[in-house]
Ligand binder design. Structure first.
Ligand code: HAM
Length: 420
């Protein structure tokens, strides 16, 4: 065993799997860019209060899972457990909401939650997220959902399920809260659950214990308390989802793990992933900016778990076998050929050809083995004879077929391009 191991429960990627991770992440990002979202790059740590206020004290994320520490200046710092609160902090700090609305932002990177590690649940994991801030049109809700949905479709996923509900506006929630609190008062709860329920009674819908789950089946659901405005908004969201042919199911007991949600909320689940089946989720957050000291501006967004989306693609076997392979691998068999090949590599790379070469003194057999391992489409053996004659043979690795070429960059590029 090596002296050092990665910290417990982190996800890490190295070749060849890292190519698959990159492929999945880039497709998710592409979908956001196509819909007009722009990059926001933020620190991975923030003032702890950004999360305690933004995400909410009643959540597991804040109460149990944050990596919080004091920095050298005595400030309380937390590694970001999610992206939305930090984005709002930046929007307020840099007055982004005073410009063109909606502010449409995307981000991707590592997030940190001190959870019990298991398959698909990590202490450092990766998300691609988007946030659309400034308007509350139902069209924006559906745009956000469709950015995720179209990325999943492009990845070839078929079996995921979209759950949606509405957590309503404050009028809806106040009416519901009264009845829910009354209902909860009839239950016998342990002290910790009672404390949580006091902070946010909706949290009890999220309880993992069977006896509470069973009791909560009788609890009043927010969807039955929507104000006429919230109800109209939710109806329009459903109509728009139908219009763009995005299948969904309504799940009135779905509460997300973060406290800032209002109105439309959603989760994508993948049935082949076992206990950690959430591949992404999000929703509208009408009060988040206000709670962080900004103007009361509405927003909606999602976070997609790149690790889990990759697992889903593997489970459904949707990933291409060769992702962006090397086009050419050069196998030089003499010292002079190595220097010649080195110069050729540089010219081919300048021309945008993805290529590599066998380094080390390996001889023909070793160099061809390296060519095979490289996954390149073509291999080119260069020895003194080839250099003298200026001509060579390109071997297609998959079929063993051979094409003649000269050793000039232009001829090689032409042959690589046309013979694939
Ligand atoms: P979330 O549902 O907490 O939402 O996380 C989004 C996704 O991140 C989950 O669906 C899951 O795929 C992935 N994820 C979360 N925790 C872990 C973990 N421990 N290991 C692996 N993957 C994980 C948010 O974070 C919100 N900020 C989303 C959002 C953006 N809402 C509005 N805007």
């Amino acid at each position: 065993m090596s002296k050092f191991q990665a910290p417990k429960g982190v996800s890490e990627y190295f070749p060849p799997d890292s190519n698959l991770f990159e492929y999945v992440r880039d497709l998710l990002l592409q979908s956001a860019k196509l819909a007009g979202y722009n990059l926001i790059e933020l620190p991975v740590f923030e003032d702890t209060e950004v999360f305690t206020r933004g995400v909410g004290e009643s959540t597991d994320v804040v109460s149990k899972e944050m990596y919080t520490f004091e920095d050298r200046g005595g400030r309380s710092i937390t590694l970001r457990p999610e992206g939305t609160a930090g984005v709002m902090r930046a929007v307020i700090e840099h007055n982004l909401d005073k410009g063109q609305l909606p502010v449409k932002l995307f981000y991707s990177g590592a997030f940190f939650r001190a959870e019990r590690p298991q398959a698909g649940r990590y202490r450092q994991f990766y998300q691609v997220g988007i946030e659309a801030i400034g308007y509350s049109d139902p069209e924006i809700d559906v745009e956000v959902i469709s950015v995720a949905d179209s990325a999943f479709k492009k990845l070839g996923l078929k079996q995921y399920v979209l759950n949606i509900t509405s957590l309503g506006d404050s009028k809806s929630r106040d009416a519901h809260r009264k009845d829910l609190v009354n209902f909860i008062s009839t239950l016998e709860l342990d002290q910790a659950s009672a404390e949580r329920a006091k902070l946010n009674p909706l949290r009890l819908f999220d309880d993992k214990r069977d006896e509470i789950k069973l009791k909560m089946r009788q609890a009043p659901v927010l969807l039955d308390y929507l104000s006429s405005e919230s109800s109209k908004h939710f109806e329009k969201v459903k109509e728009l989802l139908d219009s763009v042919k995005i299948a969904y199911q309504i799940n009135p007991r779905m509460v997300r793990g973060l406290d800032y949600y209002t109105g439309t909320t959603f989760e994508f689940d993948h049935p082949l992933l076992g206990a950690q089946s959430g591949i992404g989720g999000g929703g509208r957050y009408d009060r988040l900016m206000g709670s962080l000291g900004g103007a009361d501006v509405s927003g909606i967004g999602f976070g997609l778990g790149v690790d889990r989306v990759l697992m889903a693609c593997k489970a459904e076997k949707t990933l291409p076998l060769d992702i962006n392979p090397l086009e050419l691998f050069i196998a030089p068999i003499t010292d002079e050929a190595k220097s010649f090949g080195f110069k050729l590599l540089s010219q081919l790379r300048d021309a945008g050809i993805k290529c590599d070469m066998a380094y080390g003194d390996r001889g023909l057999k070793g160099a061809m083995k390296a060519a095979d391992k490289s996954g390149a489409t073509y291999a080119l053996v260069i020895g003194d004879d080839e250099i003298a004659s200026g001509s060579c043979e390109l071997k297609m690795m998959s079929s063993g077929n051979v094409i003649s070429s000269t050793l000039t960059t232009t001829d090689l590029i032409m042959k690589l391009g046309t013979k694939k």
